[in-house]
Write a protein that binds this ligand. Structure first.
Ligand code: PLP
Length: 462
């Protein structure tokens, strides 16, 4: 199994990024519950033949869709060790929990947070953002809100984010019981950053209406175009207004590791909480989300609950309180910290930062290629590692959507799409450490080629 998967990674360039799933292969995964055992080798064979070739391909250097990390063999091997150990990181006195605490300490250091800040691994930034909203709710309403519920408050809690924010911010409002309608979605400026004047007007209007503004979510690296909100300014407004300042840095926050990009995140060190993923720019295999909270006591008081079967001691296995399960909704928790610890130890922070810098460099290279290719046009400024562009033609949205499907089905490269100013864009997010300028060249070449092929019938008609 190890040989097979290491070969897969070593020779990944020889494979298509992705390929459409044949119906008979899909059918193999619609079977009844197996009563009889199967030979391990047979099941492994099925993995190699029917599963491995039909993954989304984010380990492949040609994968440029959404925001997916590439993973590393080091992370993979650590995951194997974690699975063998089968540690449950909910709590108790064990070194695996200390490994997680070590990563928490590194994260505090990276973001300039105090030793009293708390943090835990979660599945991803979606969960991390939800935890941030819940802790901010406790800050605004007091611990009693855990018993009384948000409906008991006399004034409705109102949150603010920008049109560039990820959908999971509104989902967090939904899941926390605050309601999606209590999220004000502030417009962005021409650099796709939250319009701070519009934000201030919205806060004032809500106060006048007798509502209770409590939470601002800035974004470090928007999912559409990679924009970074003016975090220092948002921090200042939050401070003046007495609001919680949260940063969704799902992929962008780890740019703190890259000395050439970190200055653009200035102000992140002032946040009350930061959500981010090690599984994106951090190259740790899925999943490894993280939430960091400045006020560790408040974080603890949002989730900790006394239960007889979770009784704490000062000695024995039940020592070492508080436990990770006291900082979030999960009691049973896997050893996400191990693959992250291995990745940081083996590669070092500097190298991980270099990967981040070089993906941004590749984005600027792609920008130059687009500018030098008359058939293509850029649709948004390139801020980090995300490039939005399109093929110039008639019926431009439908055609570009078709081009993206053709690119994905070709197996050469796999961008995704987004909507920029009402128009469909080919969206390229360079996250994978394996991606090189050759892959960018292949993307440009194939986009122009598919564009020409698809535009041909139209041209003949006209
Ligand atoms: C990816 C992403 C998320 C969601 O993170 P998950 O780890 O997929 O839950 C949230 N916000 C931004 C800006 C993202 O890029």
């Amino acid at each position: 199994m190890l040989d097979d998967i290491l070969d897969y990674l070593e020779h990944i360039r020889e494979r298509p990024v992705w390929q459409p799933i044949p119906p008979d292969v899909r059918g193999l995964f619609r079977q009844a519950l197996p009563q009889e055992p199967s030979d391990l080798a047979t099941v492994h064979e099925m993995f190699m033949r029917d599963i491995l070739p039909f993954a989304v391909g984010n380990a492949h250097p040609g994968f440029m869709g959404w925001v997916h990390g590439g993973g590393t063999p080091v992370g993979m091997l650590a995951e194997m060790l974690a699975a063998g150990l089968n540690a449950n990181l909910g709590g108790r006195d064990q070194i695996p929990v200390e490994v997680e605490r070590q990563v928490v300490q590194w994260v505090r250091e990276l973001f300039g947070f105090p030793d009293t800040a708390s943090g835990i691994f979660v599945a991803g930034t979606s969960m991390a953002n939800l935890i941030a909203v819940l802790v901010a709710r406790t800050a605004a309403m007091g611990v009693a809100v855990r018993h009384q519920g948000v409906a008991a408050g006399s004034k409705r809690l109102i949150a603010y984010t920008s049109t560039g924010a990820h959908g999971c911010i509104s989902q967090a409002m939904d899941l926390s019981g605050l309601g999606i309608d209590a999220l004000r979605v502030i417009p962005v400026n021409d650099r796709y950053q939250m319009d701070v004047e519009a934000l201030q007007r919205a806060i004032a209007a809500d106060r006048n209406a007798g509502l209770n503004p409590f939470f601002i979510a800035g974004t470090a690296g928007t999912v559409d175009v990679g924009a970074i909100d003016d975090l220092a300014l948002l921090a200042e407004i939050a401070h003046q207004e007495g609001l919680w300042f949260h940063v969704d840095g799902a992929y962008g926050a780890l740019a703190m590791l890259a000395p050439d990009i970190a200055p653009r995140l200035a102000g992140i060190e002032l946040a009350d909480s930061i959500a981010f993923d090690f599984h994106k720019w951090g190259q740790v295999p899925y999943d490894a989300g993280f939430i960091l909270v400045r006020d560790g006591v408040l974080h603890l008081s949002t989730f900790a609950s006394p239960a007889a079967y979770l009784r704490r001691e000062t000695r024995g296995m039940a020592a070492g309180s508080p436990w990770p399960c006291d900082f979030g909704p999960d009691l049973s928790r896997g050893f996400r910290a191990l693959k992250t610890w291995f990745t940081i130890k083996v590669y070092g922070a500097e190298k991980l930062g270099q990967v981040i810098s070089s993906t941004c460099e590749l984005a600027r290279y792609l920008e130059r290629c687009i500018e030098a290719t008359p058939q293509l046009e850029l649709l948004a400024p390139v801020s980090l590692n995300i490039v939005c562009f399109r093929y110039r033609c008639e019926d431009v949205d439908r055609m570009n959507a078709d081009i993206v499907v053709a690119l994905q089905e070709s197996g050469i490269v796999a961008p995704s799409t987004t909507i920029i100013n009402g128009h469909l864009a080919i969206r390229v997010a360079i996250v994978n450490h394996r991606t090189s300028s050759n892959d960018i060249d292949a993307l440009v070449r194939a986009t122009v080629e598919f564009g020409e092929i698809k535009a041909m019938p139209n041209r003949r008609k006209s």
